[in-house]
Design a protein around this ligand. Structure first.
Ligand SMILES: Cc1ncc(COP(=O)(O)O)c(C=O)c1O
Length: 488
C-alpha cells in the first residue's frame, strides 16, 4: 500500500475547502465559535479539522471510506490483519480485548502488573481472572517480565483460560519473551492479548525489542500518544489471526463500540493517520534518534556519583530508569527536585527510581538539562551518609502476593457495599480497586480479601501521601468501600 497517503487528513481538508455552510455538530463551526482567550494564543487553523461524520469524512463505527483506508494503511505498516483507531486511549482497547476474550463463567489469565484498565475490562466482561506474577528486577524493585514458565504453570493449573493478558513493554520498558509465550497460549487454544500501550514505536528499529504482533500476539493495543506523534488519547488496536478463537476476534469491532464515543474526535483520528505516515516515512530515523539520545544520557548519568541507570536484556532502551539511591535520595525525592528546581518533568517515580521517557522529539539540550540537573543534585546532596541509610531503612515492602479472590470483579462491583474506615479494612472484601497512580497497577481488586500484607503495602503509600486511585474525593484513603455481605 502507498504509505505516502494520509486519507483522513485529505478527506477533512477536502471538506474544509468546500467552504461549507455548517449546520452539524460540533457547534463551534470549524473554528469560529471557540473562546478567543484560547484562540488568540494558539490560532484557529487546527480547529477547522474538528469535524464530525459526513459522507466525506466517514464514520469510525462503520468505516467505509477515509477512516477505513487510514486503518488499512496502519495494518499494512504493522503487519496486522485488521487495525482500529481508538479515541479513548489504550484504556478502551484493553477493555475491548478482555470483553471479547472471556465473559461471565469464563476464565482469563492476567499478569498482576496489568494497568487498571484491565480490571475495568473484567468488570465489564464478568470473566474470572487468574493471575500470573511477573518477575521483579530486584536491584530496581520494579516488576518486569512474565516468564514463559509462569505462563505454562498457569495453564497447567487453569487449562480452561480463554486468553492471557499481559503488559509488554512495561512502563519501565521491560519486555516479556512474547514469542515463547505466544506458542504456549496457542497450544492451549488461548489468545495472547498484549497491552503494548508503551510499545507502538518498537517496530521501527532493530535496537528495540520485538513488537507483540511480530512475536505472535493475537491482539495488541498501543497508545500512539505515548511515544509516537499522535495526540493524547489516540491509540490503536491491531488483530493478527493465528487460527485461534476466531469468534472472539470477530467480536472486537462490536465490543469497541461499547467503550468508544459515538462522536470520536477527528483531531485525534487525524493525528493517528499522520503519526502512521511519519512512522512509515521516517520511523527508523526517529527511533535511531531516540535511542541515541537515551544512550547519551544513560552513559553520562551512570557516571554521576551516586546515580545509576537501569540496564537489562529485553528492555526498551529509550526508557531511562534512574536511581539516586547512592546519594540517599528516593525516586520520589529526585523527581520532586528535578521538577521544582530544574523544571525537568519526568514521567513517574517510585521509592527507588525515576522514569524518563525519551522520544525522537526530544533534543540534545533536553538530555543536557536532565544530566546537568542530576550532576548538580549529586554535588549538593552527595556524601550524606545519614540520608543514604534512611533510604535503605525505609525501602517499600515488596509488591504483595495475590490475595484471595472471593468473587469476580464484576460481581463485587455490583454487590451491596458499605463504607468503612481504612484502619478497619484488613480482612474485608474490597469493593473497589486501589492503585497507586502512576503507574495505575491495582494492588487490590474488587472481590479480593484485603490481606494484612496488602493493607500494609497500601498503608505505606497512604501515610507517605502518595497519589492513589481509589482514594476518596479529597484524595485521602481514610474510608474504603467493602462488600456488605461478607462470607459469600
Ligand atoms: C501499561 C498501560 N496500559 C494502558 C494504559 C492506558 O493507556 P491510555 O492512557 O492510552 O488510555 C496505561 C497508561 O498509562 C499504561 O501504562
Amino acid at each position: 500500500m502507498n504509505q505516502e497517503q494520509t486519507p483522513l487528513l485529505q478527506a477533512v481538508t477536502d471538506l474544509i475547502e468546500t467552504d461549507p455552510a455548517y449546520f452539524k455538530v460540533p457547534g463551534h463551526r470549524l473554528d469560529k465559535g471557540l473562546c478567543p482567550r484560547w484562540t488568540d494564543r494558539v490560532g484557529t487553523g487546527i480547529f477547522a479539522y474538528d469535524v464530525t461524520e459526513t459522507p466525506l469524512t466517514d464514520d469510525l463505527h462503520s468505516p467505509e471510506g477515509a477512516i477505513r483506508e487510514a486503518q488499512r494503511l496502519l495494518s499494512a505498516l504493522y503487519g496486522a490483519d485488521q487495525s482500529f483507531f481508538l479515541v479513548n486511549g489504550s484504556t478502551c482497547g484493553n477493555e475491548a480485548m478482555i470483553l471479547s476474550a472471556a465473559f461471565e463463567g469464563g476464565r482469563i489469565m492476567i499478569a498482576r502488573n496489568a494497568h487498571k484498565s484491565a480490571m475495568m475490562g473484567l468488570i465489564l466482561s464478568g470473566a474470572e481472572p487468574v493471575y500470573v506474577m511477573p518477575e521483579v528486577a530486584a536491584d530496581w524493585a520494579v516488576q518486569g517480565a512474565v516468564t514463559p514458565e509462569a505462563v505454562r504453570k498457569g495453564f497447567e493449573e487453569y487449562p480452561d483460560c480463554r486468553a492471557l493478558f499481559l503488559v509488554s513493554p512495561s512502563y519501565y520498558g521491560i519486555c516479556s519473551d512474547l514469542e515463547a509465550i505466544a506458542e504456549i497460549c496457542h497450544a492451549h487454544d488461548a489468545l495472547l492479548l498484549v497491552d503494548e500501550a508503551h510499545g507502538g514505536h518498537v517496530y521501527f528499529h532493530d535496537g528495540l525489542p520485538m513488537g507483540a504482533l511480530e512475536a505472535g500476539a493475537d491482539v495488541c493495543v498501543q497508545s500512539m500518544h505515548k511515544v509516537t506523534g499522535a495526540l493524547t488519547q489516540s491509540a490503536v488496536l491491531h488483530i493478527r489471526h493465528h487460527g485461534v478463537r476466531e469468534a472472539a476476534l470477530n467480536r472486537i469491532a462490536q465490543d469497541l463500540q461499547l467503550v468508544q464515543s459515538t462522536s470520536p474526535s477527528y483531531l485525534l483520528m487525524i493525528s493517528l493517520d499522520c503519526a502512521r505516515y511519519e512512522l512509515a516515512a521516517n520511523g527508523r530515523q526517529m527511533m535511531e534518534k531516540a535511542l541515541r539520545l537515551a544512550e547519551y544520557a544513560r552513559e553520562r548519568i551512570g557516571r554521576i556519583a551516586g546515580f545509576s541507570c537501569m540496564e537489562g536484556d529485553r528492555t526498551d532502551r529509550t526508557r531511562l530508569v534512574i536511581s539516586a539511591r547512592g546519594i540517599g535520595l528516593t525516586g520520589y525525592a529526585l523527581e520532586e527536585m528535578l521538577l521544582e528546581r530544574y523544571a525537568v518533568h519526568t514521567e513517574l517515580s517510585d521509592h527507588e527510581n525515576v522514569l524518563a521517557i525519551v522520544t525522537y522529539a526530544n533534543e540534545i539540550r533536553d538530555m543536557d538539562r536532565l544530566i546537568g540537573a542530576c550532576a548538580d543534585i549529586s554535588e549538593k546532596c552527595g556524601g550524606q551518609q545519614a540520608l543514604r541509610a534512611a533510604v535503605e531503612r525505609n525501602r517499600y515492602p515488596a509488591f504483595p502476593q495475590i490475595p484471595q479472590q472471593v468473587m469476580t470483579p464484576r460481581k463485587a462491583y455490583f454487590s451491596e457495599m458499605k463504607t468503612i474506615r481504612w484502619q478497619e479494612a484488613a480482612g474485608q472484601i474490597a469493593g473497589q480497586m486501589i492503585a497507586p497512580y502512576p503507574p495505575g497497577i491495582p494492588v487490590v481488586c474488587p472481590g479480593e480479601r484485603i490481606s494484612q500484607e496488602v493493607w500494609d503495602y497500601i498503608e505505606r503509600f497512604r501515610t507517605d501521601g502518595r497519589h492513589i486511585h481509589g482514594a476518596g474525593h479529597d484524595g485521602s484513603l481514610d474510608w474504603v468501600k467493602v462488600i456488605l455481605a461478607d462470607g459469600v
